[in-house]
Design a protein around this ligand. Sequence first.
Ligand code: TXA
Ligand code: MG
Length: 344
Amino acid sequence: MQTQILKGNVKRNIHVAVDLIRRGELVAFPTETVYGLGADATNETAVAKIFAAKGRPHFDPLIVHVSSFSMLEGILKEIPDKARILAESFWPGPLTLVLPKREEIPDIVTAGLPTVAVRIPQNKIALNLIKEAGVPIAAPSANIFGHPSPTCADHVIQDLGGKIALILDGGATQVGVESTVVDLTHSPPAILRPGGVGRESLEDILGGVTVFSGMNEEVLKSPGQMKQHYAPRAKVLLFQGKCQKKIIAAMRETINKLNKGYNIGVMVPEEMCFHFRNEKVILEGLSSFTDMNAVARNIYTKMRLLDGKKVSHILVLAPPEQGIGLAVYDRLFKAAGSQLVEVD
Ligand code: TXA
Ligand code: MG
């Protein structure tokens, strides 16, 4: 199959996409977080194509994207007050809510669960596509299952070129990591996946929330939580510790051990890069950790860049786990196969 790429938020492009969605085909489209791989959420056969194209296991449920509250009413049993308040604060935006579903949403979308994950994305192309199609759009990230998520059309081509009919190209995404998934059927509400909306902002509104992060039993029971995920081909080594000097020393020691036969990539904030200038490594500077939004925006691109340079290992400094930093930390931790190199 030839994959067509159409650039910009143009009516003609949206029409081509809508036509494909109505015919049960897949369309990749930009959201503010990452690119999604969309299909008509009410069409089982179309949704099945998503799982096939991505190589995604059927036990991992999809997010259903809508463009309005009225569309939501056709999907959810009811819209509780908590959902309304969160929606008012964060939609359109990088927040996904898990709530009891109506029967109209086929089981394949929700992996047989009685709940469905929903969100209104903040991207004009995405919103026009959903509105014009007139149906909710089920969409996971538009990458091969387990790979880093795509933040530009080029990444989608790398993973799914030749497998899907169309990519709507809206340039690079603004947030760079996926939406925060919040389960509102859990009490207190539970963050199943940290993302673009920080835990602190949710707590300001909800009071307490539970975070299912790390790899405790509860997390492993919730769908879609794998020990290894969002991972580049290279082996990721995530360094964490209180003392920056010691971390740098530990990283350099690791580099010296590995340098014997490997190409090594290093991801640290720009201002720390000079510590590695004399090492035989490929440096990919991150934005300063005082600007975590910028770090988040580029994190998947940097992983893909280092993979493109054929490194065998990527050494990376763990970011602080506040705000969107928690999501960046989570993705790096999963990319590292849920392992840390702790330096004390
Ligand atoms: O930002 C995003 O969320 C992007 C864009 C395209 O919207 N989408 C995305 O989808 O990241 P995906 O499929 O890669 O991740 C969806 C996550 C998975 O961890 C899945 O297990 C969880 O949401 N999820 C979906 N439905 C669920 C449900 N009913 N209960 C619990 N978790 C659910
Ligand atoms: Mg994904």
